[in-house]
Design a protein around this ligand. Structure first.
Ligand code: CU
Length: 152
């Protein structure tokens, strides 16, 4: 949208450019109004609204998930973010954990594993089965890098 405004400034007459800017402003105001009256927006935002809330868990060089326990609703998504430099994983798979007792999944829930997440990388999981999920960071499980998600 910004790019289009710049183009019209360059190519249109002064009057035309002013009208165009007015139209764009009205269109933007209309979009806000539409969102406020619950007309579904499009794209990623719509998908996010339809799927529920996104809760963020950070992973840091102190070898911790922060917060190490989150409570979400069925349909919500948890996003893990590596905010520093050490590589981490988000692993809820008893076959991969050094101590399978550190991992827990509700009956019927599929194990999952983010793979290695380097600095700045993220991993998302949407939870569709209620219950308690306990997971580990594979490289730092021994250092106590453990977390849980309670889905209610
Ligand atoms: Cu880790």
């Amino acid at each position: 949208m910004v790019k289009k405004e710049n183009m019209s400034d360059r190519t249109g007459s002064g009057e035309e450019a002013r009208n165009r800017r007015g139209f764009l402003r009205a269109a933007a105001a209309g979009a806000v109004g539409a969102a406020a009256t619950a007309v579904l927006p499009s794209g990623a935002w719509a998908q996010q609204l339809a799927q529920g809330t996104v809760v963020v868990v950070e992973m840091n060089n102190a070898l911790r998930f922060v917060p190490d326990q989150v409570m979400v609703k069925v349909g919500d998504t948890v996003e893990w973010r590596n905010i520093q430099t050490f590589p981490h994983t988000v692993t809820a798979d008893p076959d991969k954990a050094a101590n399978p007792g550190n991992v827990e999944l509700p009956d019927g829930a599929e194990p999952f594993d983010s793979g290695v997440l380097r600095a700045g990388q993220t991993f998302r999981r949407t939870f569709t089965k209620p219950g308690r999920y306990r997971y580990v960071c594979l490289p730092h499980e021994g250092a106590g890098m453990l977390g849980s998600v309670i889905v209610g």
